[in-house]
Ligand binder design. Structure first.
Ligand code: SAM
Length: 214
């Protein structure tokens, strides 16, 4: 059922423009895990609603979601972090090809370190998008939280990880620890005293967390 819904929603999407299509194909050919198109469409809608000035992204890959968020709200600036050197370099090229180097600030490094140093710079973000190593989501969130303005939003992707997180069936041994961590994260997030959160079962599962104004 879920698969049929995903396929139906995907075929409803308008065709990708040239640069999107080229990035989607590149990611597919090189096994780069970019956001699926239905989830990306949803995140773009959220960005349009929020009209953010500053977005923080954890996990750039080749720059697809950063460019799509900017396409959704072209006056935003995006700070995005990627630790893999090859992907970082490819993102740099892709962002330059689109003429967006003035809007997208790409940082090469491990987000666990980069977020700690970003905290000291006084940066404040309207939106953060967490889409990196799933085992570290809670740490990414905790390090990001002080930089989110009151009323700001944190979007976490993959929180249902292929449906395993919600499934009562025994999880394949390879994913057991990851799934356990995501379950802990989801429960922690839903009970966070400064945020109201919802998990949306779209794509791989997206958590939308809105920080209180107090
Ligand atoms: N957001 C991208 C998109 O949709 O176009 C996809 C990001 S991909 C799912 C996750 C990326 O996060 C990978 O390229 C990986 O190298 C990077 N990553 C994982 N852990 C990281 C960390 N601790 N710091 C920085 N980057 C990390």
């Amino acid at each position: 059922m879920k698969q049929a819904i995903d396929e139906y929603l995907k075929q409803l999407l308008p065709a990708s423009n040239t640069w999107r299509k080229s990035m989607e194909e590149e990611a597919d050919e090189n096994h780069v895990p970019i956001m699926d198109q239905v989830s990306m469409q949803f995140v773009s809608q959220i960005i349009r609603l929020i009209e953010p000035k500053h977005i923080l992204e954890i996990g750039t890959a080749i720059g697809y979601s950063a460019l799509r968020m900017l396409e959704a709200y072209p006056t935003a600036t995006i700070t995005t972090i990627e630790r893999d050197e090859k992907r970082y370099n490819r993102a740099k090229e892709r962002i330059a090809e689109q003429g967006k180097t003035d809007r997208i600030h790409l940082i090469h490094g491990d987000a666990l370190d980069v977020l700690t140093s970003l905290q000291t710079t006084g940066h404040i973000f309207d939106v953060a998008f967490i889409d990196a190593a799933k085992g570290h989501y809670q740490t990414f969130f905790e390090k990001t939280n002080p930089m989110i303005r009151p009323g700001g939003t944190v979007i976490s992707d993959n929180v249902l990880f292929r449906g395993f997180v919600a499934s009562e069936e025994e999880v394949d041994k390879r994913y057991r620890s990851l799934v356990k961590k995501l379950r802990v994260y989801n429960e922690w997030l839903m009970n966070h005293e400064s945020y109201d959160s919802s998990v949306i079962p779209i794509g791989d599962g997206i958590a939308l967390s809105i920080k209180s104004n107090e």
